[in-house]
Design a protein around this ligand. Structure first.
Ligand SMILES: [Fe+2]
Length: 341
């Protein structure tokens, strides 16, 4: 039955690996090629084989439906929203482990141990090299009329924006954030649209001067040999780290969780300990152009070229607590309708 279930899984380089030390099953929202180098290293070190089931949606529903027979051991995903969804959906179990807790700073993990961050991604400002002389910026000033008719952004309800807006509520309260969202909406050039990369394209074309986007997309665009046009989009922008001079830049995480009914629990914990290690974080962050959560761990050269990031120390659990309210405010101010004044 397990074989049938995992028939769509990527067995990667596992052929021929001895199964004497057992295996571990990973349900992943992250694409197999992004995590394979890490998993190969894990298997090399421990002899434990890894099976990956990649899903692009419905991970929680699937594990839930599988119930106590679920083969899922470790869940890998991106965004605090999805980690919370897994916990709230009852498909995780808590882990209290000294090795993991030492390597992952408290702000990036669930206090109960139901999820852990592995890498961070900054939600930064992409700014036109040509038309934006500023070298510093804050999230707060994005609602200032000085940016009127100059900002592009993707859907306000997208989890990347919701994470940022939730952090604004955590820092300033709902009343301030509602006004701020209204100001930001009225500074937009057009209705929220596209993805983070397409905002860089809009800056290149002159449609807008600044946009919000995640750090790793800049790395992905700059190195995109398959679609070299993206290199031009990235070349048109510079990365500004908002609030670098005060509280720091909002970051979200990619992370992991132990599945509720993990059949290979010991191996799952071994994998989670491995993924927490500085070495694994460096392999992972290099692969995905993100930042390791472990202070002092190396980032890729491309990412380092944006300059240093100072992450907002706000615990991710506090961001999670404000996501629902952030989503309600996005609707309340008609954010996705675009500028109305
Ligand atoms: Fe993304």
């Amino acid at each position: 039955m397990r074989v049938a279930l995992l028939a769509t899984a990527s067995f990667g380089a596992l052929a021929g690996v001895a199964f004497a030390d057992g295996e571990v099953n990973i349900y992943s929202y992250r694409q197999p090629e992004l995590i394979q180098p890490l998993l190969d290293e894990f298997t090399k070190e421990t002899g434990i084989a890894t099976n990956v089931l990649f899903l692009d949606k419905g991970l929680v529903e699937r594990i839930s439906a599988e119930g106590t027979n679920s083969p899922a051991d470790v869940i890998l995903t991106v965004d605090i929203g999805r980690l919370i969804e897994a916990k709230d959906g009852g498909v995780t179990q808590p882990v209290q482990n000294d090795i993991i807790n030492k390597d992952i700073p408290a702000q990036y993990r669930d206090p109960a141990g139901d999820w852990f961050g592995l890498t961070t991604r900054g939600r930064v400002v992409y700014a036109s090299k040509e038309r934006v002389p500023e070298t510093a910026i804050t999230y707060e000033e994005l609602s200032d009329p000085k940016w009127k008719n100059r900002i592009c952004i993707r859907d306000g309800q997208h989890s990347y924006n919701i994470g940022l807006f939730a952090s604004m509520i955590a820092h300033h309260g709902a009343e301030y954030t509602e006004k701020w969202l209204t100001g930001l909406k009225n500074n937009l050039v057009r209705k929220p649209d596209g993805n983070d990369r397409s905002q860089a394209k809009s800056i290149m074309s002159g449609e807008c001067d600044i946009a919000l986007g995640n750090t790793y997309y800049v790395g992905l665009m700059l190195t995109n040999d398959k679609d070299p046009e993206e290199k031009e989009w990235a070349a048109a922008i510079k990365v500004l780290f908002p609030n670098a001079a005060d509280r720091g830049t909002h970051v979200n995480i990619s992370g992991m969780a132990l599945a509720k009914n993990a059949p290979n629990k010991d191996n799952a914990i071994k994998l989670m300990e491995f993924l927490s290690s500085g070495k694994a974080q460096e392999i992972y962050s290099e692969q995905v152009f993100e930042y390791p959560v472990l202070p002092g761990a190396k980032v890729s050269e491309v990412v380092a070229s944006f300059g240093p990031i100072k992450p907002d120390p706000l615990p991710l659990v506090d961001i999670a607590a404000n996501r629902k309210l952030a989503s309600e405010l996005v609707d309340k101010v008609g954010f996705n309708d675009g500028p109305t004044q």
